[in-house]
Design a protein around this ligand. Structure first.
Ligand code: ATP
Length: 261
């Protein structure tokens, strides 16, 4: 007997942007950083966001993460429309549903590694899952560094603390802004492998802004921005294809109108 076809259910996106616009500044100095961006980031996927300098990558990340509010359009994080939230509710969403990894690590210098990793749980008033934390600390290779302060660690070690901190509350999405920008190639590879592992082993969702085609090649998908718009969306491209697409975007930009003084 044939079984009837099952209705296909599309997975819900971890983050969905619809018609997102963002204007920085006002009047004559206003800059349209994002222009009607529609984008879904699905659970358990790793997306790289690339584009020339000033194309709107950081603005996109900040709007998607609830660090900044769009001028128009909607951002849904795990099914919640961020626009409808008060500042307090938005902060709560960020603390429990979002992890961040920045180029400059952004650890709290006065706190130990252990305290930095526990910080999101403390701020969100949630009881840390000790078994999960032990697993995370093991994974990032920091067991013998827990009592150190950030200044006593190398850049790569500090970024691994930042990744452990981001993973600590098992957020819906981890947003990374140039996470390997300050690291050498070998150290960067270790950091990228940790992000990849979070996606593959834990179905974590990672969204990473990067200028580096090698870093972007760790992603399942690369989204290209130019002048605040999505201009391309490639599934698992290799380093060469990414570099080529980026070079084209850079060349198109360089050929734009010369500024008038
Ligand atoms: N706070 C701000 N006030 C005014 N303009 C801003 C502000 N933040 C960003 N912009 C402008 O918005 C545009 C997009 O900036 P954004 O930082 O998102 O680009 P980016 O692609 O991340 O650039 P980069 O790769 O250089 O970091 C740029 O023209 C930038 O100058």
């Amino acid at each position: 007997m044939n079984t009837p076809p099952q209705p296909r259910t599309e997975p819900a996106p971890a983050v969905a942007l619809r018609g997102v616009r963002k204007t920085h500044g006002r009047h004559a100095s206003a800059v349209q950083a994002l222009d009607a961006v529609d984008l879904d980031f699905f659970a358990g996927t790793f997306t790289a966001v690339m584009g020339p300098s000033g194309s709107g990558k950081s603005t996109l990340l900040h709007c998607a993460a609830g660090l900044d509010r769009p001028s128009a359009g909607t951002v849904m994080l795990g099914g919640t429309d961020l626009a409808g939230l008060s500042e307090t509710a938005l902060t709560r969403q960020r603390r429990t549903r979002v992890g961040f990894v920045f180029q400059a690590f952004n650890l709290v210098p006065a706190l130990t590694v252990r305290e930095n990793i526990l910080l999101p749980s403390r701020l969100a008033h949630v009881r840390p899952d000790r078994r999960w934390l032990a697993e995370v600390v093991e994974r990032v290779g920091l067991r013998d560094r827990l009592r150190h302060r950030p200044a006593q660690l190398s850049g790569g070690e500090q970024q691994r603390v930042a990744i452990a901190r981001a993973l600590s509350v098992r957020p819906q999405v981890i947003f990374c802004d140039e996470p390997t920008g300050a690291l050498d190639t070998t150290t960067a590879a270790r950091v990228l492998a940790l992000l990849r592992q979070a996606v593959d082993a834990d179905r974590q969702t990672v969204v990473m802004v990067t200028h580096d085609p090698v870093a972007a090649s760790y992603a399942d998908r690369v989204v290209f921005l130019a002048d605040g718009r999505i201009v391309d969306d490639l599934a698992a491209p290799g380093v060469d294809a990414i570099a080529e697409r980026l070079a084209h975007l850079g060349a198109a930009r360089a050929g734009g109108e010369a500024p008038s003084w």
